[in-house]
Design a protein around this ligand. Structure first.
Ligand SMILES: [Zn+2]
Length: 161
């Protein structure tokens, strides 16, 4: 059994869609960044890659490479998952915490879990997504952006030296 951790943060920006866990969430602004700036998918991708010892999302899908311009981050999560499987691992479970003040994510958590689990060829029971505020403190509290932590466990890896 291997455990990996992932972290991501993005600032809010006007005129952007808010995509989290592959779900289009109605809000007055979205997240700035490369591709769709889906911080949940990015943190989870780093968690599975970390557990497999396969580096990180920036190394696997460089934002200087035009083939990843405008890519769906859920698709990148799936591509990373396939590399993890190729390396001899099986996805077991992930737990994700999203830290943001607004909007409330509770109505969207089930849809996010379903999208993330599908990208990992797992059932929604194997992906946990939780949302917290930062109690008004700091840059998250001021609504400047969001942070996401993710932990993933993988089994296997016997073929990995
Ligand atoms: Zn990101």
């Amino acid at each position: 059994m291997r455990v990996g951790i992932g972290y991501d943060s993005h600032p809010f920006a006007a005129g952007r869609k808010l995509i989290l866990g592959g779900v289009d969430i109605p809000h007055t602004k979205g997240l700035a960044g490369h591709s769709d700036a889906d911080a949940v998918a990015h943190a989870l991708t780093d968690a599975i890659l970390g557990a497999a010892g396969l580096g990180d999302i920036g190394r696997m899908f460089p934002d200087t490479d035009p083939q990843w311009q405008g890519a769906s981050s859920i698709d990148l999560l799936n591509k990373a998952f396939l590399k993890v499987v190729d390396a001899g691992f099986r996805f077991v479970h992930a737990d994700v915490t999203v830290i943001m003040e607004q909007p409330k994510l509770a109505p969207h958590l089930d849809a996010m879990k379903a999208k993330l689990a599908r990208a990992l060829r797992a059932g929604p029971m194997n992906v946990s997504v939780k949302a917290k505020t930062n109690e008004g403190m700091g840059w998250i509290g001021r609504g400047e952006g969001i942070a996401v932590f993710a932990v993933a466990t993988l089994s296997g890896g016997d073929r990995v030296p």
